[in-house]
Ligand binder design. Structure first.
Ligand code: PLP
Length: 409
């Protein structure tokens, strides 16, 4: 184990300090949303207590302060992914909203009848349905990279799937359903050979590893604040500046214009062109505080801690009779997610029994029905780990799974 101390980190997260069904809470549903450290809660509260005002509008002190904090947060989050310029970072409601923005703006103008969009079977519905909607509207075709028995992309098929008709390649950095870490740079390199634009769904990527969008080489990177210690309802779309500048606004309204005439308007500079209406100001400030918090942690030790948790969880779970674990066998290829089923026990029943032991896991299709279909199941149970989880909690999970086995045999 690394010298990183998750027990000390836990103290920063008030939600973790509670009993559920008479037992200390073990929160293993981090891929759905993470808990929030005190500093993020203080930032949200601080904004509402002292600086609450609309941004970019008022010429008064509170508006000035709110605007400064809001734009500072943009710069912090942009730095977290090593964007070349904070103007390349558009605030959105989350990953879903960011992907819909690209589909509704760039997609509507650049994807035509007969064009192809290359997706993967590993995607969250957020990175499938917006492209299905677009494809149906414009008459484009969707194609898919399949996955192997370990939930890894069949990248050997890329040369035949990528053609001059491929206008967009969209895939996740890390799978929420299986934890598979995808080789973003390799896929980007292949996509660029046919001139396709590349969108990476980073909802589970920016969370667990330092992301360098300049190094990855994609055109868009979408992610959510709430999965990385930030508030819900705030996320970001990073896009190459020249692409963002070439795109039409996604929504119309206040703040996204330069001038408005009776029959036409001109647009504000990026990123404001894409931020119509009063934004989630507190959320953005909270997201900035989350990134400040994460930046104080030693990235390599955090990664080693999460890998160690994953290894230990795989080892402990594999000891449970009837256990089937999905996703890559090698911990090097997977992020901190273990998806599993146990004999005939329905994942919802597993989750209910675990809940009675104070353990929160997710059960269901994880918004990844294509993944479930690939493995012939309708649902799995999923334990997902984060900075504040401990080995003891994995022992609690393994012990509770023995209770499940006792009930289901
Ligand atoms: N993509 C992946 C891989 C996810 O895990 C999630 C959320 O679980 C999303 C997209 C959607 O994120 P949000 O609900 O924050 O928009």
């Amino acid at each position: 184990m690394s010298s990183f101390d998750p027990v000390a980190i836990r103290r920063e997260f008030p939600t973790l300090d509670q009993q559920v069904n008479g037992k200390p809470l073990v929160y293993l549903d981090n891929a759905a949303t993470s808990q929030k450290p005190r500093s993020v809660l203080d930032a949200l509260n601080g904004y509402y207590l002292h600086d609450n005002a609309n941004v970019h509008r008022g010429i008064h002190e509170l508006s000035r302060r709110a605007t400064e904090a809001y734009e500072e947060a943009r710069a912090k989050v942009a730095r977290w992914i090593n964007a070349a310029d904070p103007h390349e970072l558009v605030w959105t409601r989350g990953t879903t909203d960011a992907i819909n923005l690209v589909a509704g703006s760039w997609g509507m103008d650049n994807i035509k009848a007969g064009d192809e969009i290359l997706l993967t079977v590993l995607e969250h519905h957020s990175n499938l349905v917006p492209w299905q909607l677009l494809a149906r509207r414009v008459g484009a075709k969707l194609r898919y990279v399949e996955i192997d028995d370990q939930g890894r992309l069949e990248l050997g098929d890329l040369p035949s799937l990528l053609t001059e008709r491929t206008k967009l390649v969209a895939f996740n950095h890390v799978s929420n359903a299986l934890g598979t870490i995808n080789p973003v740079k390799d896929i980007v390199a292949a996509a660029k050979k046919v001139g396709a634009v590349v969108l990476v769904d980073g909802a589970q990527g920016a969370v667990h590893m330092p992301v360098d969008v300049q190094d990855l080489g994609a055109d868009f990177y979408a992610f959510s604040g709430h999965k990385m210690c930030g508030p819900t309802g705030i996320g970001a779309l990073w896009g190459r500046r020249e692409l963002l500048e070439s795109m039409e606004p996604y929504q119309g309204g206040g703040e996204m214009i330069e001038f408005v005439e009776r029959d036409m308007s001109t647009w504000a500079e990026v990123p404001h062109k894409f931020e119509a209406g009063t934004p989630n100001i507190a959320g953005a400030i909270g997201f900035g505080a989350a990134v400040d918090f994460l930046a104080t942690l030693p990235a390599e030790e955090v990664a080693a801690h999460e890998r160690a948790l994953m290894s230990y969880a795989m080892e402990r779970l594999a000891e449970v009779p009837g256990m089937r674990i999905y996703g890559p066998e090698s911990v090097e290829d997977r992020s901190a997610v273990v998806s599993f089923t146990m004999g005939d026990a329905h994942p919802h029943d597993i989750s209910t029994i675990l809940d009675s032991e104070g353990i929160a896991v997710r059960a269901g299709h994880h918004c990844a029905q294509l993944v479930m279909k690939r493995f012939g199941v309708s649902a799995t149970a999923r334990a997902s780990f984060y900075i504040y989880n401990t080995r003891d909690e994995i022992d609690r999970l393994a012990d509770a799974l023995e209770v499940v086995r006792g009930i289901f045999g």
